[in-house]
Design a protein around this ligand. Structure first.
Ligand SMILES: Nc1nc2c(c(=O)[nH]1)N(C=O)[C@@H](CNc1ccc(C(=O)N[C@@H](CCC(=O)O)C(=O)O)cc1)CN2
Ligand SMILES: Nc1ncnc2c1ncn2[C@@H]1O[C@H](COP(=O)(O)OP(=O)(O)OP(=O)(O)O)[C@@H](O)[C@H]1O
Length: 195
């Protein structure tokens, strides 16, 4: 099934606005917000206690996740990153080095190299989720591939969305497949909508 045409239009409009806003963010803001998100995530008990984490490898327009992936590897956590296998379908692949195990993949996002075996989503303790825009109560708008809504159904892991504070907005539309996040982390702090 796919979203209702009206919902699809609303999502498309907000995606266009959010992408333009993300592209307009000053490099200085990106750096300081990314630093603050890094500090906030690494202080969370869900991160400190996680043995296996799944984290997207950021594109230049997103909150920088490279320091987080490095930190988790340094702390000897098992770190998995997404690989898109087809539209809407991704799997988690463990990496031990950002330099050795990643290569340019779909949409030029770095992805795990060939030859690594995937980890079952059931083994994940924490998923760091990207977004195009999000609401403070955990509603999320992604980039339209439906990757995360399908993937997160297969795991009980804690869902931590990370986002620039400037991309948070109240009017995020949701449909039957859109899942709520357990935490929304920006440079403004950690929101835990469930509590
Ligand atoms: N860093 C990162 N990795 C990720 C995601 C993500 O959001 N961020 N994904 C989350 O699902 C999956 C990839 N999903 C994607 C879905 C759509 C487009 C897309 O439409 N790209 C535009 C250009 C995007 C831009 O530069 O603004 C295009 O191809 O025209 C890209 C990735 C898995 N890996
Ligand atoms: N669990 C699911 N089962 C079937 N269809 C789904 C599921 N999740 C999403 N879809 C469909 O996939 C399409 C894309 O979904 P949506 O626009 O919500 O993607 P997104 O959350 O923005 O993308 P992403 O998670 O990749 O960042 C929609 O038509 C949606 O109805």
């Amino acid at each position: 099934m796919s979203d209702h045409p009206q919902l699809k239009e609303m999502k498309k409009k907000i995606r266009t606005e959010a992408k333009a806003l993300a592209a307009s963010l000053a490099p200085e803001y990106r750096r300081s917000a990314s630093d603050a998100v890094f500090r906030a995530v690494t202080a969370m008990p869900e991160y400190r206690e996680a043995e296996t984490i799944f984290c997207f490898v950021s594109m230049p327009s997103e909150v920088d996740t490279h320091p987080l992936i490095r930190d988790a590897l340094t702390k000897n956590k098992r770190v998995c990153v997404p690989k898109c296998l087809s539209l809407g379908h991704m799997e988690a692949y463990p990496i031990t080095s950002m330099e050795k195990d990643l290569e340019p993949g779909t949409w030029n996002i770095p992805e795990p190299r060939e030859g690594i075996l995937p980890v079952s989503p059931e083994e994940l303790d924490l998923v760091i989720v990207p977004c195009c825009a999000a609401a403070p109560d955990g509603r999320r708008l992604g980039f339209g591939g439906g990757f995360y809504d399908r993937f997160l159904l297969r795991t009980d892991a804690f869902r931590a969305l990370i986002c620039y504070g400037r991309l948070l907005r109240e009017d995020i539309p949701t449909g039957e497949y859109d899942l709520r996040m357990d935490a929304v982390i920006s440079e403004q702090g950690v929101l835990r909508p469930g509590i």
